[in-house]
Design a protein around this ligand. Structure first.
Ligand code: SF4
Ligand code: SF4
Length: 176
């Protein structure tokens, strides 16, 4: 399968995605205040991070996790976005998952994801965003990632909602 590439988003798409995040946070916050809280994975994770817990979603941890995605022929890959020859960890017919987890392909997969674009190093939201899912930082050139294609949408959302997210986190903690 060919390597993953992304085209840059047009300004309107960035604004639409940023506004979408703002809108779902508005609804999430409103539901909590009305006594009928709802769960939305990304927002739940942001609140967890603000409360001092680790996020459960790999794309918000700052490095790839490791799934075991098995194809029909038994070949195993570390993520459903990376069912690519270069990331095959082994074949379940001939190798245990424990061995695959320790082999060089799986180590390299996680190692690559630790690299962040320069912009993330200067970003005030790094501790919350962690650079996002590695797939959204494709293409990597000579091991270095591109800026996350959702970066500007994330910034728009954090600019608009971070103080309210902090406040909501405190309210949620008080109810537990
Ligand atoms: S590419 Fe994204 S979804 Fe896949 S393991 Fe890495 S962070 Fe998770
Ligand atoms: S908002 Fe953008 S620059 Fe900041 S950490 Fe996330 S991806 Fe990196």
């Amino acid at each position: 399968m060919a390597a993953i590439t992304h085209t840059r988003f047009p300004q309107k798409r960035i604004a639409d995605d940023g506004q979408f995040l703002i809108d779902i946070f508005d609804a999430y916050e409103r539901a909590f205040k009305e006594g009928s809280p709802v769960s939305e994975r990304r927002l739940d994770n942001y609140l967890s991070i603000l409360a001092g817990f680790a996020p459960e979603e790999c794309g918000m941890c700052g490095q790839c996790g490791l799934y075991f995605l098995a194809e029909a022929d038994g070949s195993v890959y570390p993520c459903d976005f990376y069912v690519l020859d270069e990331w095959e960890m082994g074949n379940i017919n001939t190798m245990s998952l424990a061995r695959m987890e320790k082999n060089s392909a799986s180590k390299a997969f996680r190692q690559v994801s630790l690299r962040l674009p320069e912009a993330c190093g200067r970003c005030p939201y790094l501790n919350l965003c962690m650079g996002g899912c590695r797939r959204d930082r494709e293409p990597f050139c000579e091991g270095l990632p591109s800026n996350n294609r959702f970066c500007q949408s994330y910034r728009m959302f954090f600019d608009a909602c971070l103080p309210r997210m902090v406040s909501l986190t405190k309210r949620v903690l008080m109810t537990h």
